[in-house]
Design a protein around this ligand. Structure first.
Ligand code: NZQ
Length: 383
């Protein structure tokens, strides 16, 4: 196991009707900016629960943060933060609203030329406006980590960064919010969290017995609850297990002391930036090809995964690892998620070349756990 330092300061408040506790978590004299997305919280009652809980606070609202939160729109919120001397941010939404809020937390304290540099220069963020979250969509783990991803429409870029200042002070997780999520977004949440675990796990074996078992248990839980929650989003026990699995998949714990991959996300973000494909769908497109292309360096871990997560005990390491990839693809299909770029767009011919050039321009010479997947490899496996 590699050396590590681990600190996760986010307080999790988990369970039925816990949104009512919101006021306890925000400083008494705070001037709050409440941020949310396209309005689903007004239809499902979450908006009212938040407003009722915060009735004694001075609250300004900013609505309309879109999926894959856009820089241009967030800059409008930054104006409000400055003009109205906002002291606390409250994200009420899924990963997009939370990531947008993290960007604003950092941008409000940023002293450089333009806040886009936070992303372009990928410098760790050590100073931010305090913020909390009410999670409405389990998927990204953003509610308990310090990372965020922002899209810039004019340049068709989608970049990620983060830092120790960008962990939420608290996150409220009430699994009942899941009952109003459309089935395709539940599928996205399952695929996204599943792939988060894979990115930290599917490297090479014998690094950490415990982290492997943590990862495998999250994967098994997601596989077990997936058909239940896809069939009935009001099943509270399935919703609770789904929600907590998503948070545990990317709150830092399972990645401590082990090499991580993240190549799937790096390629996937480009597909969203170029084609507007949902984040989780891009992961399902890239993951099987990434594993097939890099099977030599990943086959031991793929075989372990096939055995422990999918119960495949027969065959050679190669046979098991291939079966593990097939099971992964089948799992995405079982969620109604397609795994080929050509099934999302007809315009895919040039994508691999564009992404190769972008990786070269950014100096991403080698990605993955060994830093050996070159821009050329990226283009080949995407093709
Ligand atoms: O806009 P609203 O009205 O809120 O509707 C949203 C949106 O249309 C809807 N929704 C959310 N909660 C709902 C609901 N509809 C009904 N009932 C509810 N309770 O769902 C749609 C998708 O929401 P969004 O927040 O975009 O989805 P998600 O949570 O998947 O977030 C995706 C973003 O997170 C980034 C992705 O790149 C993408 O930009 N990620 C962030 C990560 C992180 N910070 O650690 C890691 C991830 O891998 C990912 O990259």
């Amino acid at each position: 196991m590699n050396n590590f330092e681990f600190k996760n300061p986010t307080k999790i408040i988990f369970g039925k009707d816990e949104i009512a506790k919101l006021a306890n978590e925000i400083p008494d004299n705070a001037k709050v900016l409440m941020l949310y997305g396209g309005g689903s919280i007004k239809k499902n009652g979450i908006y009212k629960q938040v407003k009722d809980a915060l009735s004694v606070f001075d609250i300004v609202e900013f609505a309309g943060i879109p999926s894959n939160p856009e820089y241009e729109i967030l800059m409008e919120a930054l104006e409000i933060i400055k003009a109205q001397n906002i002291t606390f941010l409250l994200a009420v939404g899924g990963g997009s609203v939370i990531d947008g809020t993290k960007f604003l937390s950092a941008a409000a304290k940023y002293e450089g030329e333009t806040p886009w540099d936070l992303l372009a220069q990928r410098k760790p963020v050590f100073n931010g406006l305090p913020f909390g979250t009410v999670l409405t969509l389990p998927a990204t783990g953003s509610e308990m980590n310090g990372g965020f991803v922002i899209t810039r429409r004019e340049t068709k870029e989608k970049l990620a960064t983060g830092g120790p200042a960008l962990f939420p002070q608290f996150s409220i997780l009430d699994p009942q919010v899941i009952s109003s999520i459309p089935q395709n977004q539940i599928a996205n949440g399952l695929a996204d969290s599943f792939t988060h675990v894979l990115e930290q796990y599917m490297t090479f074996p014998n690094q950490s017995l415990l982290q492997d078992r943590f990862a495998e248990s999250i994967l098994q839980t997601i596989v077990e609850v997936a058909p239940v929650i896809m069939n009935d989003a009001t099943d509270y026990d399935a919703a609770a297990n789904f929600m907590w699995s998503c948070t545990m998949a990317l709150n830092g714990l399972i990645g401590q002391g082990v090499s991580q991959d993240w190549a799937i996300h790096m390629m996937g973000h480009e597909l969203t930036a170029l084609f507007g494909i949902d984040h989780a769908q891009t992961l399902a497109i890239v993951a099987p090809s990434h594993y097939r292309y890099n099977i030599e360096s990943k086959k031991e871990k793929l075989a372990q995964y096939a055995e422990r997560v999918w119960g495949i005990t027969e065959g050679t390491i190669e046979e098991k690892s291939n079966a593990g990839i097939e099971k992964t693809e089948d799992f995405f299909h079982s969620l109604g998620i397609k795994t080929k770029l050509s099934e999302y767009t007809e315009d895919y011919e040039n994508a691999a070349g564009i992404i190769e050039n972008r990786f070269i321009e950014r100096g991403w010479k080698g990605i993955g756990e060994h830093g050996k997947v070159s821009p050329g490899d990226v283009a080949t496996l995407l093709r």
